[in-house]
Design a protein. Structure first.
Length: 285
């Protein structure tokens, strides 16, 4: 894989690692949310007759690996942060998702739960993950999609514009669902599917939302972020403008749930163009 030029780098990977190092001591506070997303993602294993024996847990933050082991699957965990990788129990590797160390056909299942949205070269990472799968191996991933934390993004942008006459990026950019599906296809996965899902999390205080983001290692790592200390009035002004219902604030997680298979000769293939036996006109009638 060739290196990306600096102009193509959206995220500060060193900052991502430091955030996850720090969050290893606090991420348990956000386990209910991580579990909810992981459970929804792993439900897809019940929709297939395949029986998986060896899985890669990519960035599972101590949540995904135990769920896979409970299904009788051997698990190797991987995280950009050595400290976070050690939370998973069992075999663990500290490695960059953009430069994975695994040999081809090492796993028959890869699960990436909320762990790929800080990757600069996402197409390249997906290609590496596909290559790490055995033929007919399954890739499952959840990604925050466009609209995630939309309330917070809008509130911060409007408050900073009002205070400073301009705004810097404070919430990560997220792909839309169509982009996610196209990425799977571009990376060479067979039978790619991208489903949308939504989770609304209610907080008694908007500051609790910021505390959860920090505890999970999800603080701002955009390269073009403003590194100066924020205006003391920024967050109080932004958080005060967040919509609330019955005294509670809601954070919306819009998720792209990705499914793709490593190509294999046994998989169904589309029929050749022009081989259909029923005229389209008769179907439309």
């Amino acid at each position: 894989m060739g290196r990306m030029s600096d102009s193509m780098l959206v995220f500060d990977r060193r900052a991502v690692r430091l955030h996850r190092d720090r969050a290893a001591a606090t991420v348990a506070a956000t386990a209910p949310i991580l579990h909810e997303v992981a459970d929804r993602l792993l439900d897809r294993l019940d929709d297939t007759r395949h029986r998986f024996t060896r899985a890669l847990d990519l960035g599972g933050r101590g949540v995904v690996a135990p769920l896979l082991r409970a299904r009788g699957i051997d698990v190797v965990s991987c995280d950009l942060s050595p400290t976070m990788a050690a939370r998973n129990g069992g075999p663990a590797v500290a490695a960059d998702e953009e430069f994975l160390p695994f040999a081809p056909a090492s796993f028959d299942l890869v699960v990436a739960n909320l762990s790929l949205h800080w990757v600069n070269d996402l197409p390249g990472a997906l290609i590496q993950l596909r290559m790490a799968l055995k033929p007919d191996g399954l890739f499952l991933a959840s990604l925050p999609a466009l609209g995630t934390l939309g309330e917070l993004r809008t509130a911060l942008t409007e408050a900073e514009s009002m205070l400073n006459g301009g705004a810097s990026p404070r919430v990560s950019p997220f792909p839309d669902l169509r982009d996610a599906a196209a990425l799977l296809q571009r990376a060479g996965f067979a039978l790619p599917v991208a489903d949308g899902d939504t989770i609304a999390v209610a907080y008694s205080s908007p500051f609790a939302l910021l505390a959860d983001l920090r505890a999970a290692g999800e603080t701002n790592a955009v390269r073009l972020r403003d590194r100066r200390i924020a205006d003391r009035a920024l967050f109080p002004a932004a958080l005060a403008s967040l919509p609330q219902h019955e005294g509670r604030f809601t954070a919306t997680l819009r998720l792209a749930m990705l499914t793709g298979w490593a190509p294999a000769p046994s998989q169904p293939k589309p029929l050749p163009r022009g081989s259909g036996q029923v005229p389209l006109g008769s179907v439309l009638e």
